[in-house]
Design a protein around this ligand. Structure first.
Ligand code: SAJ
Length: 405
């Protein structure tokens, strides 16, 4: 099997989002001939002009150089290649059930252009057994002998937004083939551009490992959030409690906040719950604790607002975490929406990482703080961390991130 990839130089990446585009452009600069495919014509045009539609450090330069070299092209439809990488979204739908429609559609799209000897890789975070029970049957129905003629593996992406380009290369990678031959071919591919270790397992174990990583974080954050609510009852600073507890050599509690956002940690645990709802009790509860933090924060603001006729409330931050512009699943957005819909006061919103928002008028954070009766800090952006307690004299500060010292 070794050496099989020597001739495998044509890659087709389906889905040009936060994972697909960095992967496609990285491979383009490593000498692969890459076709990036996306259903959105605007995205395809932007990339073909050598520009980017997402904000990620260094990505603009990488895409421009891959496009200029002629090694990367974007299109609406896939064409023949040696390796197909699926990097589409896997959200959930009603009832927290996984929505695999994009994975299914992408697999159907590549099925007619796949040829014997090709390698298909699912990188999207997916419920356990997706590779075996969703992708393999679609490929088999199209006449492919999966595992024999066509190699198939799950290799979950594990990169952190904001550090994607570095982590794509440096992180250890899990490679889980649907059989040994698939694992070997896929591992050989990743070893060509990954400096971290390539760890081989089977597809279902790879799927579960990725879900376990993000579930670990969600459960740990839920513990931090629960501790913060208990501390509030006792009138104790939760960040001090956690900081002190973490001085124990085997304790590492994460940080409380206004809830958990983003497109991974707030979603992936539900994929485990969906397959075993009766057994996944801790995981479900952790999700519920983290989601409930949003109402808890709104309740706090409402209690403080009772002291005023109609308070001016400065909401600092909309992103789902510090120093990024990504608002997906952001608890901050949900909190601001709720405060507006319940008309808790006059709401001023500040988000230094975006220039405009469809629904909220954005205000400079110094201006917002100056005008406010209540300041609600929702994201620990570096701009906000520069503020000092003195800036909030004679105001009520609700600091959901422990950012103001
Ligand atoms: N959060 C807290 N307290 C903490 C840490 C995070 O409230 O102590 C919140 C953040 O504010 C944010 C959410 O959790 O709202 C998620 O943030 P994150 O930094 O933990 O994760 P993501 O979504 O940016 O990226 C994660 C990463 N997973 C891990 O760090 C284990 C990344 O490596 C994964 O590749 C990515 O999910 C993914 O795609 O699955």
């Amino acid at each position: 099997m070794k050496g099989k990839l020597v001739a495998m130089k044509k890659v087709c990446v389906i889905g040009l989002g936060y994972i697909g585009l960095p992967t496609a452009s990285l491979l383009g600069t490593k000498g692969y001939e890459v076709l990036g495919v996306d259903v959105n014509p605007g995205v395809v045009d932007t990339i073909n002009r050598g520009e980017v539609h997402i904000v990620e450090p260094g990505l603009d330069i990488l895409v421009r150089s891959a496009i200029q070299s002629g090694n990367l092209t974007a299109a609406l439809e896939p064409s023949q290649a040696d390796i197909f990488i699926l990097a589409v979204s896997t959200p959930f739908k009603e009832g927290f059930q996984p929505d695999l429609s994009q994975v299914e559609a992408a697999t159907r799209k590549i099925a007619p252009v796949i040829r014997p000897g090709n390698l298909v890789i699912l990188e999207s975070t997916s419920p356990v057994k997706t590779t075996e029970e969703v992708i393999a049957p679609i490929l088999s129905a199209a006449g492919h002998k999966v595992g024999e003629d066509v190699f198939l593996a799950h290799c979950p992406e594990r990169v952190l937004p904001g550090r994607i380009l570095t982590e794509l290369v440096e992180n250890d990678r899990i490679v889980g083939g649907i059989n040994e031959a698939s694992s070997e071919v896929a591992a050989e591919f990743y070893r060509e551009f990954v400096s971290g270790e390539v760890l081989i397992t089977d597809a279902a174990t790879a799927e579960f490992s990725k879900l376990a990583e993000n579930t670990y974080r969600d459960v740990n954050i839920a513990l931090a959030n629960e501790i913060s609510m208990l501390c509030d009852i006792e009138g104790i600073n939760p960040w001090e409690v956690i900081g002190l507890a973490n001085r124990h050599p085997r304790v590492q509690i994460l940080q409380p906040g206004p809830g958990v956002g983003g497109h991974c940690i707030a979603i992936d645990p539900w994929f485990l719950v969906a397959r075993a709802p009766d057994e996944a009790r801790l995981i479900r509860t952790a999700r519920e604790v983290n989601d409930s933090k949003i109402d808890w924060v709104v309740g706090k603001v409402k209690t403080c607002a009772e002291r005023f006729k109609r308070p001016v409330i400065a909401c600092l931050g909309l992103a789902f975490k510090a120093d990024i512009d990504d608002l997906r699943e952001s608890p901050a957005v949900k909190i601001v929406d709720q405060l507006i819909s319940e008309d808790v006061g006059q709401i001023l919103v500040s988000e230094p990482n975006i220039s405009e928002h469809g629904r909220f008028t954005l205000v400079d954070h110094h201006e917002a703080v100056a005008q406010a009766d209540i300041v609600l800090l929702l994201v620990d952006h570096r701009e906000f961390k520069r503020l000092k307690a003195i800036d909030f004299k004679e105001k009520i500060l609700i600091d959901t991130r422990g950012a103001i010292r």
